[in-house]
Design a protein around this ligand. Structure first.
Ligand code: ATP
Ligand code: MG
Length: 140
C-alpha cells in the first residue's frame, strides 16, 4: 500500500512511550508528558522529524536526570498555523551547558539534529526555561 501521509501525532506518542520504557530502569522519579495536535505529515518530513525526536528524547532520558533528581520530560507536537509545525522536547533536569553552542556542536547527535532541521528548512531554538528546552519549527 502506498502511504502518502503519516498520522504524526500518533507516531510521536508511541515513539516517546517506547523510548521512555526502554530507559525506565535507569530512573524512577521521571515522568513523561506528551501533548500532540492532530498533524499529518508527508514521509519526506516525517522521517527527519522522527529522527530529531528520537535524538532529543533519548538525550533527555540519558542526561537530564543523571544526578538522580525527579522530573518530567515533555514532548510536544503543535500545528502552530496552517503552514507551520513545531516540535518541542523539554525537560526540567540538570540543563545543557550554558555556553553549549547547538549550532556548532561537535558531538554526533546534535550535529545530526542540526542537519535534519536544515533539511526541513526549519529552525532550532534553545529556550531558557529550567533544564533543557529545544524547539524545532518548520514550514509544512
Ligand atoms: N537534555 C539534556 N540535558 C542535559 N545535558 C544534555 C541534554 N542533551 C544533551 N546534553 C549534553 O550535550 C552533549 C551532546 O549531546 P549529543 O546528543 O550531541 O551527544 P551524545 O548524546 O553524547 O552522543 P550521541 O548522541 O552521538 O550518542 C551530551 O553528551 C550531554 O552532555
Ligand atoms: Mg545524543
Amino acid at each position: 500500500m502506498f502511504v502518502s501521509k503519516i498520522d504524526f501525532g500518533e507516531y510521536v506518542k508511541s515513539l516517546a512511550n517506547d523510548l521512555f520504557r526502554s530507559y525506565r530502569q535507569s530512573f524512577t522519579g521521571v515522568q513523561l508528558n506528551v501533548q500532540t495536535d492532530e498533524v499529518f505529515l508527508e514521509l519526506d518530513q516525517a522521517i527527519p522529524c522522527g529522527l530529531i525526536l528520537n535524538e532529543l528524547i533519548t538525550n533527555a532520558l540519558k542526561y537530564a536526570f543523571l544526578d538522580g533528581r525527579n522530573g518530567t520530560v515533555k514532548v510536544e507536537l503543535h500545528a502552530v498555523s496552517e503552514h507551520e509545525i513545531s516540535l518541542r522536547v523539554s525537560d526540567y533536569g540538570i540543563g545543557i551547558l550554558h555556553d553549549f553552542n547547538m549550532l556548532n556542536a561537535k558531538s554526533l547527535g546534535l550535529q545530526l539534529v542540526n542537519s535534519l532541521v536544515a533539511q526541513l528548512d526549519g529552525r532550532l531554538e534553545l529556550g531558557n526555561s529550567q533544564g533543557t528546552d529545544l524547539l524545532v519549527s518548520f514550514p509544512c
